[in-house]
Design a protein around this ligand. Structure first.
Ligand code: ZN
Length: 150
């Protein structure tokens, strides 16, 4: 088992301390809420989707460092992406943190999100890292129900 410190890389700590896009989004046309009962993470994702392009994305909520940093880095990565590109990124991120070796993804595509690669060694943290993404997917699909990791 790796040292827990390996998980909390500097980029993750930075996004936890100073989360990007941590606000309600003016003009959002999609929102979704997510909840991870295992850890107590709660998140609301705000999305502005115009002609299938993410022109705005933000989040609010409370949770552990991993969920907050993951949400912050997710919003930073998504701006300007199409809904299809966002879905592809979600798949790649999910495959990485669950160490799904059967999945194919391009590590370069993940960019800074690769900082979460160590999460797969801490199964309880996988849901923290993926909660913002599950919530994003719900927002993209236009669902109104609260997403739960359970
Ligand atoms: Zn958590």
């Amino acid at each position: 088992m790796s040292d827990l410190r390996d998980l909390y890389q500097e980029v993750i700590l930075d996004h936890n301390r100073r989360p990007r896009n941590f606000q309600k989004l003016e003009g959002a046309n999609r929102t979704a809420e997510g909840y991870n009962p295992l850890c107590g993470d709660q998140i609301t994702v705000y999305l502005r989707l115009e002609d299938d392009v993410v022109t705005g994305v933000s989040f609010q909520g409370s949770g552990c460092a991993i969920s907050k940093a993951s949400a912050s880095m997710m919003t930073a990565a998504l701006k300007g992406k199409t809904a299809a590109e966002a879905a592809t990124l979600f798949k790649a991120f999910h495959a990485m943190v669950t160490a799904d070796l059967g999945a194919t993804f391009d590590p370069l595509e993940l960019g800074k999100l690769a900082a979460f690669a160590g999460v797969h060694e801490f199964p309880i943290r996988v849901k923290c890292a993926t909660l913002p993404w599950h919530t994003l997917r719900a927002a993209l699909e236009g669902g109104q129900e609260t997403v739960s990791t359970e």
